[in-house]
Ligand binder design. Structure first.
Ligand SMILES: Nc1ncnc2c1ncn2[C@@H]1O[C@H](COP(=O)(O)OP(=O)(O)OP(=O)(O)O)[C@@H](O)[C@H]1O
Ligand SMILES: [Mg+2]
Length: 222
């Protein structure tokens, strides 16, 4: 099982929206079983799942997670056959997220391409880097044709990896927490579902790259 933590200490950067949509895109690509969990006391992803159940949709699955049982829970989900675990997090920096970062295979940082969001990143990035877990930025809530977009992408490239697919500002994403459905369920061949499918492929590619690096390093050490 691969564990993907979605984090950015900036509130409202699109963590929960990215979590549920990417998880749905992974299921739609046939890469399930996918499980979502949530360490945010706001419980956005958990609420979303309850809405989803009421709408008659059973995947991706949801599993509650207490940080005190992180290691055993990851083992249990892996043993139960989960392929990917997505962990949504609270908008905070600190010891809680440090533990999650260390346990993850990849950290995804959704970032709105605005100068204010870039400045806020300065506080959160050191903890992510300290974990030594691979991370990637996802440009999120992108409004087309803003000059900020390419400038932010270039600045982020200097800090680490930016995934090539951007998640745009779309009404279909904004509505998901009202009814528990994602753009993937509502309009599977629409522009949002298409950008999500592409984003999921680039996340998988990033995970595979990391795996190859680990194998190379362990061969070097042997
Ligand atoms: N790509 C998008 N297009 C349109 N609306 C979006 C998009 N991403 C997020 N939103 C909206 O922005 C708000 C904040 O998004 P979300 O809850 O995903 O952020 P968050 O980082 O999880 O917030 P918090 O830090 O409070 O947990 C929500 O109302 C959501 O519907
Ligand atoms: Mg959230």
């Amino acid at each position: 099982m691969k564990t993907i933590v979605i984090a950015n200490q900036k509130g409202g950067s699109g963590k929960s929206t990215l979590t549920v949509h990417l998880a749905a895109a992974a299921e739609a690509a046939g890469d399930g079983p996918v499980v979502i969990t949530d360490t945010d006391p706001q419980g956005t992803a958990g609420d979303w799942f309850n809405q989803r159940k009421k709408a008659g949709l059973a995947t991706p699955r949801y599993a509650p997670l207490a940080l005190s049982e992180l290691a055993t829970k990851l083992k249990a989900l892996d043993a139960a056959g989960a392929a990917y675990l997505f962990i949504d997090t609270a908008p905070s920096v600190g010891a809680v997220n440090a533990e999650l970062f260390a346990a993850a295979d990849l950290i995804l940082v959704p970032l709105n391409p605005t100068p204010a969001d870039l400045r806020a990143l300065v506080k959160g990035l050191p903890l992510i880097k300290k974990s030594a877990t691979p991370f990637s930025f996802v440009l999120a809530r992108v409004r087309p044709n803003l000059r900020n977009n390419d400038g932010t992408a270039m600045a982020l490239d200097a800090l680490g990896l930016v995934l090539p697919t951007r998640m745009h500002e779309r009404v279909i994403y904004a509505e998901t927490f009202a009814h528990g459905k994602t753009a993937v369920d509502i309009d599977p061949s629409g522009v949002a579902a298409t950008e999500l499918a592409s984003l999921w492929q680039s996340v998988k590619h990033r995970l595979n790259e990391n795996e190859k690096m680990v194998i190379l390093e362990s061969e070097k050490a042997a």
